[in-house]
Write a protein that binds this ligand. Structure first.
Ligand SMILES: C[S@@+](CC[C@H](N)C(=O)[O-])C[C@H]1O[C@@H](n2cnc3c(N)ncnc32)[C@H](O)[C@@H]1O
Length: 267
């Protein structure tokens, strides 16, 4: 599942340039039975299967007590697993959040992504089946993150979303230094949405870019972009305007474009 997204574009280049490293670990490799069983029927009955705690604890405790980038050699999988005692907790590094991807977690946003990008290492655990033994929640994970209020079949896609969003923020990951800083929801835009963009050709199907963008006047281009960011946010996500430090002229601009009406509409 991971090979496509992790071997393309920005994530691929970031790994090649040692800006980040990503190690994948198959929880099945940390089982002890010959069928590598990771799930079992839930106590109390009910539909679906529940992920067992031991393989998850064993995988996380084995991986996080080794240097970043370590992975089980293919020849070791299922055979020469490192020694591990299921009933004895293992001290894990305090600077590494152990995050379970879950529809019940805190909902991911750009502020959380920025916070995650500051950690030297992240451990992301992908769930499967109908649930995960509660002792993983109570004893192992430090955070639970959701990528939205809907249910996926597994945590892998959600983990890839986090890896992608975090990698963009790592210094040197993007080709242009200020890129991620000026994206929608980012600090450079004060959490607003980015405004419209144009490139060549100058005329396409009867529509031209605004003249100011071709004027070469940097201050005016900057002012136009700022106003367009306000306008786009007003039209699409007026809730985001509440967290932005609006100036007097921002307010006047927004009011001219029906700001009060939108505020009433969005409650
Ligand atoms: C079918 S879901 C289990 C949902 C669980 N029965 C519940 O109601 O919370 C299987 C796995 O997909 C992942 N997952 C599903 N939706 C997700 C979301 N919105 N964000 C992050 N991970 C999600 C989680 O890792 C979860 O353990």
């Amino acid at each position: 599942m991971f090979s496509g997204p992790f071997s393309e574009s920005i994530i691929h280049r970031a790994q090649e340039r040692n800006i980040t490293s990503i190690s994948l670990h198959n929880i099945r490799d940390y089982t002890t039975d010959r069928h590598h069983v990771c799930d079992d029927t839930p106590y109390g009955g009910g539909g679906g299967m529940t992920m067992k705690p031991e393989p998850i604890f064993r995988a996380v405790e084995t991986v996080l007590t080794r240097p970043a980038g370590w992975s089980l050699a293919p020849a070791d999988a299922y055979i020469n697993l490192p020694a591990w005692e299921s009933q004895t907790p293992v001290a894990l590094p305090l600077d590494t959040p152990i995050i379970l991807l879950s529809p019940q977690g805190r909902r991911l946003d750009q502020t959380m992504v920025a916070e995650l990008s500051k950690h030297p290492r992240l451990a992301l655990i992908c769930g499967r089946y109908e649930g995960i033994d509660e002792r993983v929640h109570s004893q192992l994970i430090t955070d639970e993150i959701s990528i939205g209020d809907y249910v996926l079949s597994g945590g892998e896609l959600a983990a890839m979303v986090i890896v992608d969003a975090v990698t963009r923020l790592l210094p040197g990951a993007l080709g242009y230094a200020l890129g991620a800083h000026q994206d929608s929801h980012s600090p450079g835009l004060g959490g607003l949405l980015e405004g419209p963009q144009y490139t060549r050709p100058p005329m396409f199907r009867g529509e031209e870019p605004p003249a100011v963008l071709l004027s070469g006047h940097h201050a005016q281009v900057g002012q136009w972009r700022h106003e367009q960011a306000l306008l786009r946010t007003l039209l699409r996500r007026p809730d985001l305007l509440h967290q932005y430090p609006l100036t007097q002229s921002d307010r006047a601009f927004l009011q001219k474009h029906g700001w009060e009406f939108s505020l009433q509409k969005s409650g």
